[in-house]
Design a protein around this ligand. Structure first.
Ligand SMILES: Nc1nc2c(ncn2[C@@H]2O[C@H](COP(=O)(O)OP(=O)(O)OP(=O)(O)O)[C@@H](O)[C@H]2O)c(=O)[nH]1
Ligand SMILES: [Mg+2]
Length: 134
């Protein structure tokens, strides 16, 4: 079984779309094997998005991701990383395909509803950062 780290961002929680998004994950036959809700402490958010620390949008990204509770999940299933990235759709909801979470429900590039690890290596790092396992 492959594992990935998924986070429903503050806009998903604020807009009451968590059930809709979790429904899509489960309908795809992936399993949620750990889940936790809460506001991310700023240092943890900065570590999570560390690869983007030199980008002009980093401050806005960290402000947003710490702006309210997020729902963090460990999701398991065959090719979980790739399957979740396909379900999520492209980063910018303006360009994500209809049928994807961001394509159907996303508003703009910062408030794009969901994070998913982009590789097995990122998944290991992120699961260990948030759940202390890999
Ligand atoms: N304003 C702005 N935000 C960006 C841009 N590129 C990425 N972001 C934001 O930074 C987040 C992380 O960027 P990436 O890791 O490249 O995109 P991603 O893997 O699809 O998104 P995550 O799953 O959140 O990591 C994105 O989800 C966007 O919210 C950009 O060019 N402008
Ligand atoms: Mg990313």
């Amino acid at each position: 079984m492959d594992k990935t780290f998924i986070m429903l961002k503050p806009d998903a929680v604020r807009r009451k779309l968590a059930g809709e998004i979790i429904g899509r994950i489960e309908a795809k036959n992936l399993s949620i094997t750990n889940m936790e809700m809460g506001v991310l402490p700023r240092p943890r958010a900065e570590e999570h998005y560390g690869e983007h620390s030199d980008k002009p949008f980093f401050g806005e990204l960290v402000d947003f991701i710490t702006s309210g509770p997020v729902l963090r999940m460990q999701v398991e299933g065959p090719k979980a990383v790739e399957v979740m990235r396909t379900l999520m759709g492209a980063t910018d909801p303006a360009a994500s395909a209809p049928g994807t979470i961001r394509g159907d429900l996303g508003i703009e590039i910062t408030e794009n509803l969901i994070h998913g690890s982009d590789s097995s290596l990122s998944a290991e790092r992120e699961l260990s950062l948030f759940f202390g396992n890999d």
